[in-house]
Design a protein around this ligand. Structure first.
Ligand SMILES: NC(=O)c1ccc[n+]([C@@H]2O[C@H](COP(=O)([O-])OP(=O)(O)OC[C@H]3O[C@@H](n4cnc5c(N)ncnc54)[C@H](O)[C@@H]3O)[C@@H](O)[C@H]2O)c1
Length: 340
């Protein structure tokens, strides 16, 4: 260590604001020197400070501020998804945003995708960790947009380990009044969107060769239909069946595919907007401000389901704790539907 100190002193003589820290994780340091004179001679011919330096068995990481050094050497997150890259659709709002936050808190790098560019703006900063968050404007109904979005994610993070499909809509109409255009849009977003994300994920994960996970946000309405919800019931049931088929098909590649079937989640959801609540109130014959308590009261636990409850299920399904679980539906509804 005395030699290291002498060499460090030589660096500081030339770069007075230099900070250093012993970092055994560096396999190939930028410069190896054995004596302070060697380094002094080396620095004479260099404008830049080497970022790392081996002196005998000691490897130093160098930086021009203590803050940069701490950032460069802070230990990786030890969450259950540490090192994974997750792509989330519908991540600008509601459950998609909640799932993105949950996966991030569990250690994953999260690529938040959504068609809502304004909703994505500023989102990365709100995670407080720009190194493990990216945002991408993607329309899940358009093949070119989905492929371009995954290309961006690969360019940014280099891999994809988990895909969470959350972009969805729920137009509520009595069957006799259901506009064809809203039916078709539901199929496009809720089914084609999930299909395109699943297909891209399968292509990338198969090429990577180390497995992966897909988590599809279906709904309790995919198990037990709700009234005046034709397109939602059909597409949410379709997602479950699509996931089961993918689980059977992709298991040999180590890719697990599962669904979450949430009950009603009000917090942060744009589906549960004022118009929708008014429609539901009319359907149920109650006042709009009675709608949320009404639905909570239908659950066995009488408990309001929050986005983080759905996120916890997504983290579990994406993690190794669920390594033997595929083709399943995890119902997170505080106890409302009993079919699976
Ligand atoms: N909130 C609930 O009560 C509830 C219950 C069960 C299931 N779900 C499911 O959870 C998912 C999210 O619902 P939410 O309540 O958070 O809704 P939300 O409207 O708050 O979020 C949906 C997101 O999808 C995005 N989106 C819509 N069309 C898109 C497109 N073409 N391309 C890309 N993104 C698009 C929206 O911009 C929005 O950010 C849906 O799949 C929904 O079916 C919600």
């Amino acid at each position: 260590m005395p030699v290291a100190r002498a060499i460090f002193a030589a660096i500081q003589a030339r770069h007075p604001t230099t900070f250093a820290r012993v970092d055994p994780s560096i396999a190939s340091p930028a410069v190896s020197v054995v004596a302070a004179e060697d380094l002094a001679a080396l620095l004479e011919g260099r404008a830049d400070l080497p970022p790392s330096l081996r002196i005998g068995d000691v490897v130093l990481r160098l930086a021009e501020s203590a803050e940069a050094l701490v950032g460069a050497t802070s230990p990786p997150t030890r969450g259950s998804l540490s090192g994974q890259v997750a792509v989330i659709s519908g991540a600008a709002s509601g459950l998609g945003l909640g799932v993105a936050r949950g996966l991030h808190a569990a250690g994953a790098a999260v690529a938040c995708t959504d068609v809502d560019a304004a909703g994505l703006a500023g989102l990365a900063a709100s995670f407080g960790d720009l190194a493990r968050v990216s945002t991408h404007v993607v329309d899940v109904t358009r093949e070119d947009s989905v492929i371009a979005g995954f290309d961006e994610v690969l360019a940014r993070f280099g891999r994809v380990d988990c895909v969470a499909c959350c972009a969805g809509i729920a137009p509520a109409f009595e069957l006799a009044d259901f506009p064809l255009e809203r039916w078709r849009l539901s199929l496009d977003i809720n089914l084609t969107g999930y299909f395109l994300y699943g297909r891209e994920a399968a292509r990338i994960m198969q090429a990577q060769g180390h497995g992966g996970t897909m988590v599809l946000l279906s709904s309790k309405s995919g198990l037990e239909p709700s009234k005046a919800n034709t397109a939602y019931n059909a597409t949410k049931a379709g997602e479950i069946h699509m996931a089961r088929g993918w689980a059977a098909e992709l298991g040999r590649h180590g890719i697990r595919v599962n669904c979450i079937a949430p009950g009603n989640v009000f917090q942060g959801s744009k589906i549960w907007n004022a118009d929708y609540i008014a429609q539901v109130a009319r359907k149920r014959g109650i006042a709009p401000d009675e709608v949320i308590p009404y639905y909570i009261g239908l659950t066995a636990l009488n408990r309001d389901i929050k986005p983080e409850d759905i996120a916890n299920a997504a983290v579990f399904l994406a993690s190794d704790a669920a390594r033997c679980i595929t083709g399943q539906v995890l119902v997170v509804d505080s106890g409302q539907v009993w079919s699976r």
